[in-house]
Each structure stands twice: as structure tokens, then as C-alpha cells.
Design a protein around this ligand. Structure first.
Ligand code: NAD
Length: 339
């Protein structure tokens, strides 16, 4: 019996879905991550299909123009909704601001569409969420996705916009062994270290603990750099001492908040704190740490103090809210001057 035209079209759609990857959320991180992912997939297979989607259509358009400018022959489409993206692709990566956006994209868009797909197609789908969000929301979303037969991992990242651009991110992955193995081949196109942290939600747990450390350290480096300069120390000399001594940390050696403290390097402070990890996002992460600390009855007195400081930065100097969180140094500088 010859297959019908409808049947051939359906096979064609399934075949294209198999060769297609969607990326939802093309912000500071997502743009760079999707660029690396798609360009490496394109280098392996010029017939691969790519789909991008963002709540801000200009962000998807800007990505499309940038990517097609570099790879004119690539097959890249813009989806206007997450539903369109998951219908077109077997692999979907999401990189969204936080819990409300993940709930909305999955619960209102991806999940109903997955539930409407034939079980075989749904079960061929892999969702990778790289957003930093609430652990319990992530676990619930993953359980809902898995109930359709599809696979899902949480895979938040460490390494910032610089790591996203260079393709050197660390991915902290939570999910079943088989899903981790499947996601590894995708994640390794965007990062260098892919760490399986445990079951669903454990990648996020690790990420939130890491950012608790980072959020506190960035403030204390701001304090030390300010104090040292007021003692008459040159910022490059002081940063050199800290970075080669026991106080050395990423917040000082890579993300030092004082211009000219890191000669030859280009931290966000050299660009008026543009282009890094927004203060508002760090405040969100400190809140996520506070929530899980409460749930697990874990004391985080320094985390609470740091959260209060970031909350004051956002409230008292709203212009710093979208700037890199190392701009907390600017806040400290002005608060000290007032006294
Ligand atoms: P961002 O705000 O620049 O980007 C988020 C993107 O998601 C935006 O383009 C936005 O329009 C889009 N979006 C929002 N709601 C949407 C929806 N409903 N549907 C489709 N698109 C939607 O944020 P970012 O800096 O790229 O960070 C993304 C995530 O990565 C956050 O969870 C953040 O905590 C985490 N993270 C960021 C950094 C960093 O250095 N920026 C580092 C590590 C982790």
C-alpha cells in the first residue's frame, strides 16, 4: 500500500522535528548560548533546523539577523509562541528570568502542546531549562513534563555572559541518568563542564548555593576595595594583593568592581557596569537561597544581610538594577560618602 500525502507530510514534520532545536529566551545569556549551540550544530549538519522564541519579538529578530549574518545558509525560524517552538522541535532549551516565566512558558505553552502530541512524539522530546528559579517550581514543572512521556532536566549555568559567549559555561544538571546523558551532548556545545548533581532540582540547588557565596563575596570585595583606596592604596595594587592572597575569589580577580583594578582585563565596571549579571537577578537569587534555607531550616545570616543590601541597591538606586551586580560597589561608595 502506498502512503497517503497526509501521511508523508506527517512523516516529513516528524523528521524535521527530529532535526530541529528550539531556544526560548534570548536575553543576555540566551542570545550567546543559542549562538554557540546553533553554530556548532550547523557546522555538524547544514540541514539542521533552528527555532528561536522570545516574549520580546525584537530580541528574536536581533538573534536571527545576527545568526544568519554569520551563517547565511542556515535554516532558522522565529516562533511567535512556545507552542510553535515545541511543535517544530524535539529539543527545547529555555533560558528565562525566573519562576513566573518558567511557569508561564511550560504550564501555558509547552505542556498543553506536549499533552496533545501522540505519546511517541512526546516521548522523543527533551526539555532543558537553564533558568535559575525556585527548586520546587522546577521540580513540579519537570514532573509535569515527564508525565507526558517527555524528558526534562534542570541545567542552570555558572560562568556569566562572558562564559556564555566563549562557550565555557558550567552546567549544573538535575534529572534522571538517561536524561542527563541525552542533554550532555547538547550542553557540551555551550559549555565546558557538565556536572550531574543528582535528581530533578539538584542542579538548581547547587546553583543557588553557589550564588549565595558569590552574592556575599561581591559585596565584601566592594567593601575591601573601597576601604583600601581610602587608605591610599592603588586599586590595581590592592586587587593584585587580594588575588594572590587568601582573599582571592572570582568577584575580585574577574569581576572586580573598580575600574583599572584589573589591567588588561575588561570586567563590567570598565563599561559602566553594563553587560554582566543584573543586580535585580542577584537579588532574585538571594531570595531563592533564603526560601530554600527557610524550608530546610538552614541558617544563612550573611546571605540575609547580603539580600538586604541588594534590595537597598535596587530600591534606592534603580539605575543600578539592570547593571552588573558588582555595581553594589557604587552603592557602597555613595552610602559612605553621605555619612
Ligand atoms: P535576561 O532578562 O537578559 O533574559 C531573559 C529573556 O527571557 C529576555 O529576552 C526575555 O524577553 C525573555 N522572556 C521573558 N519571559 C518570556 C516568555 N514568557 N517567553 C519567552 N521569552 C521570555 O536574563 P539573563 O541575564 O539572560 O538571565 C537568564 C537566566 O540565567 C536567569 O535565570 C539568570 O538568573 C540566569 N543567569 C544569568 C547570568 C548572567 O550573567 N546574566 C549568569 C548565570 C545565570
Amino acid at each position: 500500500m502506498r502512503p497517503s500525502v497526509r501521511c508523508l507530510k506527517e512523516l516529513d514534520r516528524i523528521y524535521l522535528r527530529h532535526k530541529s532545536t528550539s531556544f526560548i529566551g534570548l536575553g543576555r545569556m540566551g542570545h550567546e548560548m543559542a549562538f554557540n549551540l546553533f553554530s556548532k550544530q550547523f557546522a555538524r549538519d547544514a540541514e539542521a533546523h533552528f527555532v528561536v522564541c522570545d516574549a520580546i519579538p525584537d530580541s528574536a529578530r536581533a538573534f536571527s539577523e545576527n545568526f544568519l549574518g554569520h551563517f547565511p545558509g542556515a535554516k532558522l525560524a522565529i516562533a511567535t509562541t512556545p507552542e510553535e517552538a515545541i511543535l517544530a522541535s524535539q529539543t527545547v532549551v529555555t533560558m528565562l528570568p525566573s519562576s513566573p516565566q518558567v511557569k508561564s512558558v511550560y504550564s501555558e505553552g509547552l505542556l498543553p502542546t506536549l499533552r496533545g502530541l501522540p505519546r511517541k512524539q512526546a516521548s522523543s522530546t527533551l526539555c532543558i531549562d537553564s533558568t535559575t528559579l525556585d527548586v520546587s517550581v522546577a521540580k513540579q514543572v519537570a514532573a509535569d513534563v515527564i508525565s507526558t512521556g517527555a524528558e526534562m532536566v534542570d541545567a542552570p549555568v555558572s560562568g556569566g555572559v562572558t562564559g556564555a559567549k566563549a562557550g565555557t559555561l558550567s552546567f549544573l544538571v538535575g534529572g534522571a541518568d538517561a536524561s542527563f546523558k541525552r542533554s550532555e551532548s547538547i550542553l557540551s556545545l555551550m559549555g565546558q563542564r557538565i556536572i550531574h548533581c543528582g535528581d530533578s532540582g539538584s542542579g538548581l540547588g547547587a546553583k543557588i548555593c553557589n550564588n549565595l557565596v558569590l552574592g556575599v563575596q561581591q559585596i565584601v570585595i566592594g567593601e575591601a576595595m573601597l576601604l583600601g583606596q581610602r587608605l591610599g592604596l592603588d586599586p590595581a595594587v590592592l586587587a593584585g594583593v587580594i588575588n594572590s592572597s587568601t582573599g582571592g575569589c572570582w568577584a575580585s580577580s574577574v569581576n572586580n568592581p573598580v575600574p583599572s583594578a584589573l589591567p588588561g582585563k575588561s570586567p563590567p565596571c570598565e563599561r559602566d557596569y553594563e553587560g554582566g549579571f543584573a543586580t535585580a537577578l542577584m537579588l532574585k537569587d538571594m531570595g531563592l537561597a533564603r526560601d530554600i534555607a527557610k524550608q530546610t531550616k538552614s541558617p544563612i545570616p550573611l546571605g540575609e544581610a547580603a539580600e538586604n543590601i541588594y534590595a537597598r541597591v535596587v530600591q534606592e538606586q534603580p539605575a543600578l538594577s539592570r547593571k552588573d551586580f558588582s555595581s553594589v560597589y557604587r552603592f557602597l561608595e555613595t552610602s559612605q560618602q553621605k555619612e
